[in-house]
Design a binder for this molecule. Structure first.
Ligand SMILES: Nc1ncnc2c1ncn2[C@@H]1O[C@H](COP(=O)(O)OP(=O)(O)OP(=O)(O)O)[C@@H](O)[C@H]1O
Length: 365
């Protein structure tokens, strides 16, 4: 399941610096170093302190963290929705990703030219939003033309769909992103087939100068205020510092460097984790003497689907699963002690897997 976060932003805001930092980051658990699949696509491990806990308890031969992919999507200029510059390619790339990481320049540096002449995060955001909204409006209008014909013939379902489409049309025309338009969950069905760009979940990365990493600055505040209606998260980091942090191989040296900036963890780690959450993903673990491994599933998945991530046979022949909560594992230290203390639950096909569950599947094919 290669879910992807696309990194977007205006030219010169720090996208490449961030992407390069990701590709240079010495992975926490060296088994899965970042690898660049294509020049602009990279796989990165998701930092998870629970793996360390399990490793210490289980002492496996290897530890395998879970991964997500980041794509550096360059090429947005004003007019992209009309195909200017690399516009069409840019939009096609965004359509393919599952979530968007929108990097916004919140640092001042006279040596780095700003496309609009001065640092203005809301302007930056608006340029990108507008291009994406225009493209979405095009998609909505196309569908409206199609559905109008059916609605005119008296089709009730089409009439309802038309109403919903018009809600999106109005919202987009008002300069709202589709994700900020107030509709009921079931109404989203009407636009599912047109894959709107501005409905994808988004994470804003405020790229600040090194003195503002902890305290933030007025630009970050403006941004936070502005994205409230979208219910989106804003992460503050300094891409220039992140690229230095990423170079450290020795964890102690890295920690020292971080503490000089008053940081507990790198901004990249925060960004990777936020990206993971943005994709609505959770992790369950398998733990045995050979390996401790993190597996990625979507929130709300039931045990058979979760088992299917390991192998399709597990899903096909699913019988039941044994589930240990991590807190119990930490308390009782071993699987057998958990068993003796009645802390292994036997769950069937309807069990909804929770983040952090330690699972063991029984299957028969
Ligand atoms: N937080 C920061 N503080 C100071 N300088 C920064 C910061 N982040 C990035 N820079 C600098 O800004 C410049 C532009 O960064 P970068 O090339 O990563 O932008 P970009 O968004 O990838 O641009 P493009 O889309 O044009 O490739 C670089 O010189 C980089 O070192």
């Amino acid at each position: 399941m290669a879910l992807q976060c696309g990194i977007v932003g205006l030219p010169n805001v720090g996208k490449s610096t961030l992407f390069n930092a990701l590709s240079n980051a010495k992975a926490e658990a060296a088994n899965f170093p970042f690898c660049t699949i294509e020049p602009n696509v990279g796989v990165v491990t998701v930092p998870d302190h629970r793996l360390k806990t399990l490793e210490e308890l289980v002492k496996p031969q290897k530890v395998l963290p879970t991964v997500i992919e980041f794509v550096d999507i360059a090429g947005l200029v004003k007019g992209a929705s009309k195909g200017e510059g690399l516009g069409n390619k840019f939009l096609a790339n965004i359509r393919e990703v599952d979530a968007i990481v929108h990097v916004i320049r919140c640092f001042e540096d006279d040596n780095v030219v700003h496309v609009a002449g001065n640092v203005d995060p809301l302007f930056d955001k608006e340029v990108i939003d507008t291009e994406l909204q225009l493209k979405d409006l095009e998609s909505v209008n196309k569908k409206i033309i199609r559905i109008e014909k059916i609605a005119k013939s008296g089709d009730g379902k089409a009439k309802k769909e038309l109403e919903i489409l018009n809600k999106f049309k109005t919202g987009l025309e008002e300069g709202k992103n589709a994700r900020a338009i107030d509709v009921e969950e079931e109404e989203l069905e009407a636009i599912r087939d047109i894959h709107l760009l501005t409905i994808k979940p988004v994470l804003y990365v405020a790229n600040v100068d090194e003195s503002s990493i902890i305290s933030g600055n007025e630009y970050v505040e403006q941004l936070r205020e502005n994205v409230k209606s979208e219910n989106a998260e804003v992460i503050t980091l300094c891409a220039a510092i992140e690229s230095q942090i990423a170079e450290f191989e020795d964890p102690e040296e890295k920690e020292m460097f971080l503490s000089e900036y008053g940081l507990e963890e790198s901004g990249l780690n925060k960004m990777i984790r936020a990206g993971y959450e943005l994709l609505n993903l959770i992790t369950y673990f398998t733990a045995g003497p050979q390996e401790v491994r993190a597996w990625t599933i979507k929130k709300g998945w039931k045990a058979p689907a979760a088992a299917g991530v390991i192998h399709t046979d597990f899903e096909r022949g699913f019988i039941k699963s044994e589930v240990i909560k991590l807190s119990d594992y930490e308390k009782f230290k071993t699987e057998s002690a958990c068993r003796e203390n009645g802390k292994i639950a036997i769950e069937g096909k309807d069990y909804v897997v929770e983040d952090g569950d330690i699972m063991h599947f029984r299957f028969n094919v």
